[in-house]
Design a protein. Structure first.
Length: 457
């Protein structure tokens, strides 16, 4: 079973065993506060709400998993997606499902995204290596609880793109448990496979599965920001951690752009914590970040969709960013897609900082007067649009400084300014490189400058 080449063998899909039963539990992703959800765009917020628990968090999920006996092994199939997945050191038959722990839905009550049709979902299952496969894994690698993500229907393309992006970037060497040789700047994805869809009425319906670590389930920028607020960290601690999170995320995006890919779907939950945590000084010293959720990845320099498969074309990504009609101009579409990646990363980092300081998005309003709850609900991205971010960011900086210096600002405004830099303005300059891309600027050059900026150096 070790090193099986996906895509070999019969093309007839093998059915899942009848004894396979997945217990329908409430989703057990981290119980995230309403404050966090309020920062997200409505589609992303709904997807997040659909996927988080209403009472217990990931820690209790880990405890529940230990109590479940294995249901059955997963059986593999050989449909066309296999050929697109390519090599994976893990296959379906290497795992035993323990229980379902969550589901992210698209459509049917949750907004359909630009690239994922209604009725699709990503189901999350706790799993472990089966006994036959575990004997090949040394030490603690054999006993790890993992998460299998089943991408059903149209969402299968997300799984295909994500694993293709990892292989394209040379990130296909992750182990079940973290090691010192783990690739940097990206959340762990161990492999991918295709099976018959669990519970499908059509026996020929298949899903794409990706393999991740249970420990990474709630390790994203939003969760980290909320945890810093909940633990009442000092402003100095928050600033230090924020800079470290920004550093890894920017390096991850730079690596993608340098290798001909754009992320296409960055938000605050796509900023991943890949090592360390904030539970102790030692863990904080090991903290490093990167990117995750590569299911919307686009391929630079490719015009036809058939040539980009399994990736998206940059013209489609540019269209999703509001710049349509660029099917024949891959250079301009690629530039816009890169800029949108950078803008979205800057917005995500601002969201993370706002959560850690318990600040409302309303603070970004040009007419903010102290009542952050007034007016319609808006997102950070609403205040920092593509190609207009430079003016919006500079306007907010001037407004925030005036409020701080005049003594009329809220405590959170003063703290935000301190994180950005009281005298040096380093934080303002760093985020400006991300959100303030002007129409004629070189995105790769500006992203490189951001990756070397003194604020995160």
């Amino acid at each position: 079973m070790v090193g099986r080449q996906l895509g070999r063998g019969s093309r007839q899909p093998r059915r899942l065993p009848k004894e396979l039963t997945v217990r329908r539990q409430r989703p057990s992703l981290i119980a995230t506060a309403t404050l966090i959800a309020s920062l997200l765009s409505p589609p992303r917020k709904q997807i997040l709400i659909n996927s988080i628990a209403t009472g217990d968090g990931c820690v209790s999920a880990r405890e529940r998993v230990k109590a479940y006996a294995p249901s059955a092994s997963v059986s593999s199939s050989m449909e066309e997606p296999q050929d697109l997945l390519g090599y994976s050191r893990f296959d379906a038959e290497d795992f035993v499902i323990l229980e379902q722990i969550g589901e992210i839905k698209f459509g049917e009550g949750a907004p359909t995204t630009v690239f994922v049709g209604g009725g699709s979902s990503i189901r999350l299952y706790a799993a472990r290596l089966n006994a036959d496969r575990a004997v090949y894994e040394p030490g603690e690698q054999a006993s790890q609880t993992l998460v299998l993500r089943e991408h059903t229907k149209a969402a299968a393309d997300l799984g295909l793109r994500e694993w293709a992006a990892y292989r394209h970037l040379g990130l296909d060497s992750f182990q079940p448990a973290p090691t010192n040789s783990d690739p940097k700047y990206f959340s762990a994805v161990l492999g991918a496979f295709v099976t018959q869809t669990v519970g499908a009425e059509d026996p020929e319906e298949t899903s794409v599965w990706t393999i991740t670590r249970l420990r990474d389930l709630d390790r994203d920028g939003l969760s980290l920001g909320f945890e810093m607020f909940r633990r009442n960290f000092s402003l100095e601690q928050k600033a230090r951690i924020f800079r470290r999170v920004a550093q890894g995320a920017v390096q991850g995006l730079l690596q993608m752009h340098q290798n001909g890919l754009v992320h296409g779907g960055i938000d605050a939950s796509s900023v991943a914590i890949v090592a360390g945590d904030i539970t102790s000084k030692q863990e904080i010293a090991q903290l490093s970040s990167g990117l995750s959720n590569l299911g919307y990845t686009g391929r630079l320099g490719v015009e036809a969709e058939k040539d980009a498969i399994p990736f998206l074309t940059v013209s489609r990504l540019a269209g999703a960013a509001g710049k349509r009609g660029l099917d024949k101009d891959t250079v301009l579409a690629g530039s816009i897609s890169r800029k949108e990646d950078m803008r979205r990363l800057g917005v995500a980092l601002i969201e993370i900082l706002l959560v850690s300081l318990n600040m409302s998005v309303g603070f970004l309003s040009p007419n903010f007067s102290g009542d952050a709850s007034s007016g319609p609900q808006r997102t950070v991205g609403d205040f920092i649009p593509l190609d207009e971010g430079l003016g919006a960011w500079r306007s907010f900086r001037e407004q925030a400084k005036a409020m701080r210096n005049g003594g009329s600002g809220e405590q959170e405004i003063r703290e935000f300014c301190e994180v950005m830099g009281e005298e040096s303005d380093a934080g303002w300059e760093f985020l400006e490189l991300l959100v303030g891309m002007e129409s004629g600027a070189n995105p790769l050059l500006q992203l490189t400058r951001a990756s070397n900026h003194r604020f995160i150096a």
